[in-house]
Design a protein around this ligand. Structure first.
Ligand SMILES: Cc1ncc(COP(=O)(O)O)c(C=O)c1O
Length: 367
């Protein structure tokens, strides 16, 4: 007999992308410098120099004491950047913590969560922990917002925008209509929005059922720090705060992310560099006969145009395996609608060039 609740016992848990640097010691893999890591959508550029400055100045007294439970320094700075009041912001230990808090706050056995698929594979994992039903509505082939979402019985609807792993973007007007028609809460997961052309912050002012998720992992190059935040009307924020740990973000994280979000000039330059490489990577992959739909995120979803029935057909999983042999890591999802595609994080120019040469070499092996 298991000590665990039945759904935990049966769960497989979330499978994060492979982290080569952690495995090298135990698996005798090559040093990190040889590895091209384009599998978990990290930003390839370093965080703002301001971040390293404040990090070096953290003192023992700050570490001795508990942190500010609300992270008010960051709330103030994030409020200014997003043109909302500080009480519309809640700090989280990564955007992932906000997802867990939202599921716990709104969902249970009788209160399902709905989302279009394919999308971020953490949503069903968190739903299972909460023992709540999932309403998964497939996107069409162009990743338009499924109309059925608006009439679902979900207590919580999650729309990832830009979506992962497709990189597609749903217009703000469509999400406004969904917020208007939804009986429950609409959480818009904007983890990748820094690389898009628009965001949904304005919807928070119009709708009392909208929560925006933001992450400091992508546009601000701080995935290792674990920091994200919610933007919503104060009543929703107050409710969500009842579910969070009292000290969910630590003093080092609050100090560092506050410096990072204040350095908007560095942030904007960083994002523009990623967007320029995204464009180049897309075009180069297209010349290698990949279909690459326009991406609004820091990754692309590439489908080989090789004919499936051709004798020299090279499947996405074969390309993935051959890239791994060359120490190049991208993401392959063996899931409906995704198993013929590779999700490739936009790297530096040098990393992207290594990937492109390797793909060219692999395809040429197949004639
Ligand atoms: C769609 C999506 N949402 C949220 C997150 C959470 O980001 P983090 O917890 O690093 O802030 C991620 C991370 O990759 C993501 O892909």
């Amino acid at each position: 007999m298991s000590y665990f609740r039945r759904n935990i016992e049966k769960a497989e848990g979330y499978q994060p992308g492979f982290q080569p640097s952690f495995a090298e010691a135990t698996e005798g893999r090559p040093q990190q410098a040889d590895v091209v890591k384009l599998n978990t959508n990290e930003n390839p550029y370093p965080p703002s120099p301001e971040v390293m400055k404040v990090l070096a100045e953290i003192n023992a007294e700050q570490l001795r004491r508990y942190p500010d439970p609300l992270g008010n320094a960051f709330r103030q700075a994030a409020a200014e950047v997003n043109n909302v009041e500080p009480d519309c912001i809640m700090c989280c230990n990564g955007g992932d913590e906000l997802l867990r808090i939202a599921l716990q706050a709104f969902c249970d056995e009788n209160r399902p969560v709905a989302y279009p698929v394919p999308t971020y594979s953490l949503y069903p994992v968190l739903a299972n922990l909460q023992n709540c039903k999932t309403i998964e509505i497939p996107f069409d082939s162009e990743f338009n917002l499924p109309v059925q979402l608006a009439s679902s019985t979900a207590a919580l609807t999650i729309v990832c925008n830009p979506n992962a792993p497709t990189g597609s973007f749903i217009s703000i007007d469509e999400l406004a209509s969904l917020a208007d028609e939804s009986a429950g809460v609409l959480l818009i997961d904007e983890a990748y929005v820094d690389f898009a052309e628009a965001n949904c912050t304005e919807l928070v002012k119009k709708f009392d059922n909208v929560i925006i998720l933001r992450s400091m992992s992508k546009g601000y190059s701080l995935a290792g720090l674990r920091f994200g935040y919610a933007i919503a009307q104060p009543d929703l924020i107050t409710g969500l705060m009842k579910v969070k740990d009292s000290y969910n973000v630590d003093v080092v994280a609050i100090t560092v992310v506050t410096a990072a979000i204040k350095d908007q000039q560095y942030f904007k330059e960083n994002v523009e560099k990623v967007k320029a490489e995204r464009q180049r990577l897309t075009e180069e992959l297209e010349t290698l006969e990949f279909e690459v739909p326009k991406s609004y995120a820091n990754f692309v979803l590439a489908k080989s145009k090789n004919r499936q029935d051709a004798s020299n057909h090279c499947s996405a999983s074969e390309i993935y395996d051959k890239l791994v042999q060359r120490n190049i890591y991208v993401r392959f999802f063996n899931l409906p609608g995704l198993s013929d595609k590779l999700r490739i994080t936009v790297g530096t120019k040098e990393q992207n060039n290594k990937l492109l040469s390797a793909v060219k070499e692999i395809l040429s092996e197949f004639g």
